[in-house]
Design a protein around this ligand. Structure first.
Ligand SMILES: *Cc1c(COP(=O)(O)O)cnc(C)c1O
Length: 375
């Protein structure tokens, strides 16, 4: 019997970082300062500089980061925001929560990222923002998207929840758009011990707006010129994230190493007929938040792997345009065929930094077994 392999192994990670995390938490015990303050300030500076951006504003989650970004740009009812049909719900949910209309676009088959060539025809007078999502840790095709946003004068908000440290043509994701949104959900490359997020921007007046918005729109305290929310990052999470941040680049390197090993094993075992390893744009920094293959007979493969104790996940089984909550938009099956196809075929297999080569071999052998049974 093989050992079980989880999709993410935070227990093993914790052994490596335990001392650092405990001393970070100890600082919070001693300070008894839980809301904003120096821990949040320090993390904001570290992350902003890591993503080559002037300002970082800690938020309660990645979802609230997207929400606050839309609010800071005063996007609301009557407005339209273009985003990918193939993303985590939060991107589209935030657009709806400010009262605007999500306008979905299909994805490129190779990268799973939004298809920039299909955006222009969706732009109307109501289009107030475009939200590219750097899915699984790989950047969207930014050059033509930036060009388009510039000529049409539409602000870009980046959903970089899965893309901390990702690079496009040598430049870090975080300042391509007017605002970028990051998440510290535990499964992200830099995960908190709870929820957390951050927005980054180079625009000082937007940064100030975001800081005000995350504390109910008040400045000074108890005087409200705008309506915000409680979108603050906890000092406790900020302290933990600072401790973990030191390891981020090593973890990302390990994920990239694991991705290379998978690519090789899939080739060696001649599995390309059945599964397609993730496509990568050459020379870009893909941080492999997920390693997502396309698989024939995906659901059965997933079950087979599960029986072997190998945990996988489907990101995402239903594209946004087919979600029941968005039925009011009037979309139908077939509207975005590439997103729908990806939802049928994609499967994330374990890629976490602590995964070792034996485990990866075990996974690839199990995949091979499955397709051999079928022959
Ligand atoms: C994780 C994620 C979010 C939301 O982040 P939370 O911190 O979980 O709220 C938003 N967009 C994408 C693409 C994500 O993967």
């Amino acid at each position: 019997m093989n050992d079980k392999i989880p999709l993410l192994d935070l227990h093993t990670q914790f052994k490596e970082i335990e001392k650092d995390v405990r001393s970070a938490i100890e600082r919070i015990f001693l300070s008894q300062n839980f809301i904003l303050g120096p821990e949040v300030d320090n993390l904001e500076q570290e992350i902003a500089s890591y993503v080559s951006c002037k300002s970082g504003i800690g938020t309660s989650s990645g979802s609230d980061a997207v929400l606050a970004a839309l609010m800071a740009l005063k996007i609301g009812p009557q407005d339209e925001v273009i985003t990918s049909s193939y993303t985590f719900f939060a991107t589209a949910g935030a657009i709806s929560r400010v009262g605007a209309k999500p306008v979905f676009v299909d994805i490129e088959p190779n990268s799973f990222n939004l298809n920039v060539g299909k955006i222009e025809r969706l732009i109307t007078k109501q289009t107030k923002a475009v939200i590219p999502v750097h899915l699984f840790g790989q950047a969207c095709e930014m050059a033509p998207l930036l060009e388009l946003c510039k000529t049409k004068n539409i602000p870009m908000i980046e959903d970089a929840a899965q893309a901390i440290g990702t690079e496009y043509q040598g430049k870090r994701i975080g300042s391509f758009g007017v605002i970028a949104c990051f998440s510290f959900f535990p499964s992200k490359n830099l995960g908190a011990m709870g929820d957390g997020g951050m927005v980054t921007t180079n625009d000082e007046s937007l940064a100030e707006k975001l800081r005000i918005l995350r504390s109910h729109g008040s400045k000074p305290k108890y005087f409200h010129h705008v309506i915000g929310g409680n979108f603050r990052l906890d000092a406790l999470q900020a302290a933990i994230l600072q401790a973990k941040f030191k390891y981020l680049d090593a973890w990302t390197l390990a994920r990239q190493r694991n991705a290379d090993i998978y690519d090789q094993l899939i080739q060696q075992e001649e599995l390309e007929e059945f599964i397609t390893p993730p496509w990568r744009r050459l020379n870009d920094r893909h941080i492999f938040n997920q390693y997502v293959i396309r698989a024939k007979n995906r659901d059965h493969l997933k079950n087979h792997l599960s029986e072997q104790g190998i945990q996988t996940e489907i990101y995402y089984p239903l594209p946004m345009h087919l979600q029941p909550c968005f039925s009011y938009l009037g979309h139908q099956k077939g509207d975005f065929p590439e997103a729908e196809k990806a939802a049928q075929e994609s499967l994330a297999i374990p890629i976490y930094p602590e995964l070792n080569k034996n485990q990866q071999e075990q996974i690839v052998v199990s995949i091979k077994e499955f397709y051999k049974q079928k022959l």
